[in-house]
Ligand binder design. Structure first.
Ligand SMILES: *Cc1c(COP(=O)(O)O)cnc(C)c1O
Length: 379
């Protein structure tokens, strides 16, 4: 069994993908170009954001979004410590300082109440951060309306880290269209993945769009004219062509992922005291970038090992919160600063999840999970 079965997905669309790849090879245009332009139009329509800008990865998308807002030394940007390192890395690489706010334990996303508390304290000190990057983790949007409202009140810009949430909805609107800027990733294991690295930035602000279009290509506005500095952050035509095929089937795959999640929830119902399934609040839909359960009682690692021995692949997203990573030790945070993030790191376990997972495989996953729980907890 595969954790994410990309071979099955390729087999399903092989003919169209092969044709698309061949088309690009014969065109001789490998970076940006027509394929990227068409993908940008299709994804703008898909998300409801006005503009989509193809970039080289989710990380570069976050970086370019922050660069377009002028983030740099002396500035601070808030985010969550319970995310992939790229979120906070983008802030730090620009010379700004990441400021962490703990998560809500049910959604695993940044806790809006704690964000407000931090900003109120900061306002008293007369030093407010420039922006906030809520992460829509595991394919579930952060509480974007609340975060936007708080950010408006305190004058912060908002960039949604939508690297796991393309295709998710929030109060009837789509992830990537919910804030000033958003960035998603097409890393192969993401819900919409390409055959290498790729990403997309979204905005409905034409000035920011123009800045990012220039900055993804070394700040170039005309050939060899550079008014600002940028990076090599372009999307490849081959990736765009593959993505355009997969995007056609993406709505169908999202439905399949939701069915898989629904069946897991059913199978897990009797175990839910020991293996809590993810919760999707009213008004939200998830794309289940990960199907992540919580195993309390300090036995998560043993359960994971037992399952892996039983040929069930699992993953831990993430085993260590960012504030305790050595790369961020200079920020001066310590153990106990973000207890919910720290606890989540001890308890989360992601189960196999993809659109082609069949029911018998899911039954096997939950069967072995149940055996593991019995083994270590004697339920
Ligand atoms: C995958 C991911 C990224 C980085 O995306 P890449 O395309 O791998 O650079 C950033 N943030 C989150 C939350 C992610 O899951």
């Amino acid at each position: 069994m595969e954790f994410i079965d990309l071979k099955r997905q390729y087999a399903a669309y092989k003919e169209e993908i092969d044709q698309a790849v061949s088309r690009v090879i014969h065109s001789g245009r490998f970076v940006l170009g027509e394929e990227v332009g068409l993908l940008e139009e299709e994804l703008a329509a898909f998300t409801g954001a006005q503009f989509a800008i193809g970039v080289s990865s989710g990380t570069d998308g976050l970086l370019l979004a922050l660069m377009s807002m002028g983030v740099g030394p002396g500035m601070e940007v808030v985010t969550t410590p319970f995310t992939f390192i790229a979120t906070a890395e983008a802030i730090a690489l620009l010379g700004a300082r990441p400021l962490f706010v703990d998560i809500d334990p049910l959604s695993f996303n940044i806790d809006a109440t704690k964000l407000r508390e931090l900003l109120e304290k900061r306002r008293q000190k007369g030093r407010l951060p420039a922006g906030v990057i809520p992460v829509s983790l595991y394919g579930l949007c952060a509480d974007m309306d609340e975060i936007n409202a708080i950010s408006d009140e305190f004058g912060l810009f908002v960039v949604e880290d939508a690297c796991q949430s393309l295709g998710a909805t929030y109060k009837g609107r789509s992830s990537c269209s919910l804030s000033l800027l958003a960035a998603t990733s097409f890393f192969p294991s993401k819900p919409l993945g390409c055959f290498g690295d790729g990403g997309m930035v979204f905005t409905s602000d034409a000035d920011l769009r123009d800045k990012i279009v220039a900055m993804r290509e070394h700040g170039q506005t005309k050939r060899y004219q550079h008014d600002v500095l940028g990076i090599n952050g372009r999307l490849d035509a081959l990736q765009a062509a593959v993505l355009r095929v997969k995007l056609k089937y993406f709505p169908q795959e999202i439905r399949s992922r939701r069915e898989v999640a629904g069946f897991y929830a059913k199978l897990l119902a009797s175990l839910s005291e020991h293996a809590r399934p993810p919760r999707v609040p009213d008004g939200y839909t998830s794309v289940y970038a990960q199907y992540t359960i919580r195993i309390g009682g300090g036995i998560r690692d043993e359960v994971a090992r037992f399952m892996n021995d039983g040929k069930i692949p699992t993953a831990i997203h993430y085993p260590k919160p960012l504030h305790l990573q050595r790369a961020f030790s200079y920020l001066g945070y310590g153990q106990g600063d973000f207890p919910e993030a720290e606890k989540a790191c001890q308890e989360v376990l992601s189960l196999p999840m993809h659109a082609f997972l069949d029911r018998s495989e899911q039954e096997e996953v939950v069967d072995v999970l149940e055996k593991a729980l019995k083994n270590f907890k004697k339920i």
